[in-house]
Design a protein around this ligand. Structure first.
Ligand code: A2P
Length: 301
């Protein structure tokens, strides 16, 4: 399986990253250090995770040259107004103690009025002004690549219908056994869009269930790898970057080792994943009072 993917900019993004969502303060630093020691070169974070300073410190202390690393962060919903974007990035750059990011994503296709949980409907329905502010960050050299997160096909089309200077380098979405999103995978392939899989093991609440799926267990036994490695390998083989989160050294080691599954076993897992009702681990639509489901392909805007 590829150890990296090439983006439209020509940059090479490592195909497995350490995800640091829910990696708590006091734990995340040692996790990042361990990951970098064991060979990870890609850290996937976000301002809203509240741990960027500790991540930055760990990166600094790791001794790995900045140029060898891939660092991603994400623009929070409060800062979609074009005039707020650069300042939001600067906060992350300072916390991470770096001059640039390899990748900066719009975290959600939902904008809040700054400092509130109130939806800004205008900036939510039309993300283009926010995107243009991100394009300026590329031109300034503060960000090498820009992309989005949690966008469904309708949201992608809504964005890419505009005259973009830079097309989204990635779309980071939930991809797991429980939520395999086959139509988004096909659309992304047709449109040369790289997907990144968050909560690949099903997230905190579902990880046990993922590892206990009979097909996952059978394949693990047959190939001689762990259930987590089966799922991470399957997602990588589907063509996505995979972002497993762990703060446990032995699991961090385990999750970096991906293997090409024999085609019949790959298809068996694909069929099992597509053979049940999809189940999301996150959908903030109701929680933030959006008024419609952010993942509904019929969202009219
Ligand atoms: P921990 O961080 O305590 O090691 P996801 O990446 O889908 O969000 O899943 C994260 C959850 O899965 C965390 O609870 C993490 O626990 C756990 N986890 C990560 N890697 C493994 C693994 N290889 N085996 C078992 N559990 C794992």
């Amino acid at each position: 399986l590829p150890s990296y993917y090439e983006l439209p900019s020509g940059d090479k993004i490592p195909s497995v990253a350490l995800g640091v969502w829910k990696a708590s303060k006091g734990q995340v630093g040692q996790a990042v250090k361990h990951a970098l020691k064991t060979g990870y070169r890609h850290i996937d974070g976000a301002w809203i995770y509240g741990n960027e300073e500790e991540v930055g410190k760990a990166i600094g202390e790791s001794g790995v040259p900045r140029g060898d690393l891939w660092i991603t962060s994400k623009l929070w919903n409060d800062f979609h107004a074009p005039e707020d974007v650069e300042a939001a990035l600067d906060v992350s750059l300072k916390a991470l103690n770096t001059e640039y990011l390899d990748l900066y994503l719009i975290h959600w296709p939902i904008a809040f009025k700054k400092g509130t949980r109130e939806v800004d409907h205008s900036l939510t329905e039309n993300v283009y002004p926010t995107w243009q502010a991100l394009e300026k960050l590329v031109d300034k050299g503060k960000v090498r690549n820009i992309g989005v997160s949690n966008f469904n096909i309708a949201r992608m089309k809504n964005l890419t219908a505009n005259p973009l200077k830079y097309t989204p380098a990635v779309n980071q979405v939930e991809l797991s056994f429980w939520n395999p999103q086959p139509s988004l995978i096909s659309w992304a392939k047709e449109n040369h869009l790289l997907l990144e899989a968050y909560s690949p093991l099903g997230g905190d609440g579902q990880v046990g269930n993922s590892l206990r799926v009979p097909e996952v267990q059978e394949i693990a036994k047959e190939v001689g790898i762990t259930p987590a490695q089966v799922i991470i390998s399957w997602l990588a083989q589907r063509g996505s970057v995979v972002l497993p989160k762990s703060v446990t050294p032995s699991r961090i080691d385990e999750n970096l080792q991906v293997y090409e599954l024999p085609q019949d076993l790959f298809e068996k897992l694909e069929k099992a994943a597509e053979g049940h009702e999809p189940k999301r681990t996150v959908n903030p639509s109701k929680g933030v009072g959006l008024g419609y489901d952010v993942f509904d392909e019929g969202w009219p805007f």
